[in-house]
Design a protein around this ligand. Sequence first.
Ligand code: GLY
Length: 353
Amino acid sequence: MSKQDIILCKNPGNDLTAAIQKCPHDKLFILTDEHTTTLCMPALKNIPVIKNAIEITIGAEDTHKTLETLAFVWQALSEKGASRHSLLLNLGGGMITDLGGFAAATFKRGIAYINIPTTLLAMVDASVGGKTGINFNGLKNEIGAFAPASSVLIETNFLRSLDASNFFSGYAEMLKHGLISTNAHWVELLSFNTEKIDYNRLSQLVGESVQVKEGIVLQDPFEHGIRKALNLGHTVGHAFESLALAENRHILHGYAVAWGIVCELYLSHVKTGFPRDKMRQTIQFIKDNYGIFSFDCKKYERLYEYMLHDKKNTAGIINFTLLKEIGDVSINQTANKDDIFEMFDFYRECMGL
Ligand code: GLY
């Protein structure tokens, strides 16, 4: 997989112009959603290289990450004269960068694209690393491709207008990057004042977080080995998301990951000796900032079933990424049904359910 340029914007106009000039193209397209077209597009409109760009706008949120929306984007590209030499800019959160990346990867067997993430989750995770795709058949990111953006432009000023839930959703992925990298980064993240956000400090933390992800993706772009470190919290997190979806409870991805981290740190403690004090400190941060995803013991079987169908599994064996210590990752771990039910007991007890 080719390397992406990840640019922490100092001057968005210059940075975007340079990124676009790096990709010779005949026509320029911008994919936005119904929020970013009004909230973020005005910040770009006056940049001369954008002047003749053709905007394609789709519905916002994960409910639009569908085959129908993808077909709408292909159709729009086709009708507005896109060729194999056209360039697509994806301006939005993870839904836009995932779906737009997949539209680019597949249109005429692949056109170049640039990501401009506008949410914290997209900046530190979704827009970086070349995973693209859509939801299908009730399953998240079921259809997709590894196809890196040519450049990812991170303009943290967009974060100033982010609501609290979307801030915390992205912050969960940053916390995950802290846990899988260094003690110092984990401490910085736990001590960040989330009630009164210092945006300059947040920009620095975003830069560090992106570096953690980039370093891992460079070693293992197609997730054969160490990229699985990025799945910490996601085996249980995805099961929580599936349960929430089935019960019409709206939860953001990062919240599910945070609650998944609570469970998987417990498994890490039991199976690979992750220190109890660091588990407790991390859980306290999650309890204080994310609240609780509630379920009773009648839901254990169902959550277990969701985990059995996770696409990260091999031959029906549930795959976990666990930690021995902060920054000391054990990939390809497994747990039996008793371990998993015990983990849910722990979660419910420590979260006060
Ligand atoms: N979101 C995890 C990864 O990119 O591998």
